[in-house]
Design a protein around this ligand. Sequence first.
Ligand code: CP3
Length: 353
Amino acid sequence: MTENLQNDLILRACNKLPVERTPVWIMRQAGRYLPEYRKVRKKADFLTMCKTPELAAEVTLQPIEIIGVDAAIIFSDILVIPEAMGMELQMLEGQGPNFLNPIRNKTDFRNLKKIDAESSLKYVLDAISLVKRELNGRVPLIGFSGSPWTLLTYMVEGKGSKNFSNVKKLIFNEPELAHEILDFIADAVTNYLSAQIESGVNLVQIFDTWGGILSPSHFEEFSLRYISHVIQKLKRDGQPVILFAKGMHDFVKLANSGADVISVDWTVNIGEVRKITGSKVALQGNLDPAVLYANFSTIETETEKVLRSYGYGSGHIFNLGHGILPDVNPENAKFLVDYIKNNSSKYHKEIEI
Ligand code: CP3
């Protein structure tokens, strides 16, 4: 990586190198809370946006210019992998994603196509090249994928779920088949993230949104194991990996996954997590996304609590504990980012503890 970045705060924080202030970005920062996003979205449906590099690049850049975050994240979705495997994906207005023919048995699984990102997900790689050109080194670009387990839950359930009955039936009744599919998905994730890195992303995040629905031993068996495989096999040249495993609170286990950064949700105290994980990993998080519904003064108080909780020294990337909510006022997101930029240097003046 010999790229000249004007702002590499996030990359330094991932490696726990000294920074002048805490870097900040927002999960789901390119999205419906921005009127500028909704304007583009009026012209095209969600999947068309993902598949049209010019549109994907346009909305990727919006939060850099409007909110002032320290990194861009490529506009896409975790569900483009199963879609590329041949699963028909519908994004229903107000209902979220829906696969018309979920994977429920061996035959369904056998019908999935093995992906090669260079051809079947070329549109994402093209969007990455375009964004890199337009960013021109202003901030790093984050690539991403769902974890094998989180992708499996969507592929088996077909959509979001309350009890995850179908995917739970699979792991309890046909664990060998579950492992076979997870292996297949993990290969796809490794290939896809490696291709994103090859196309120029500076770091990647793995979203394990549904890791937290598993018991501790099943989390290890069906989720973490495959995340670790992916991280180990990833073709990278110094690009850090962030792991977001929502609702999973065994931080020692997460810190041993091979990820450089663990992204924590808002139900834990980030300072406590720092004590548990020690010098092993950097941490990302963890403001409750709903804080952005509050007034500036409350946002300030709650943000300061997170900064103070992490404490002095590098290794903290400020973020929400999950994605920004679609009905948040963009002014509040901008206030949060400005607040971090103007008030976090005090945590970087002392000697690291
Ligand atoms: O962070 C970013 O700005 C990059 C874009 C991004 C999207 N989805 C765009 C999107 C990222 C990183 C994702 C990840 C994603 N997608 C996850 C993991 C993160 C998480 O929030 O837990 C998951 C579980 C999905 C699956 C998904 N995609 C759902 C459940 C939904 C519907 C619910 C929702 O939040 O809207 C989507 C659609 C989606 N993905 C939208 C966006 C901007 C909204 C689509 C629209 O414009 O109608």
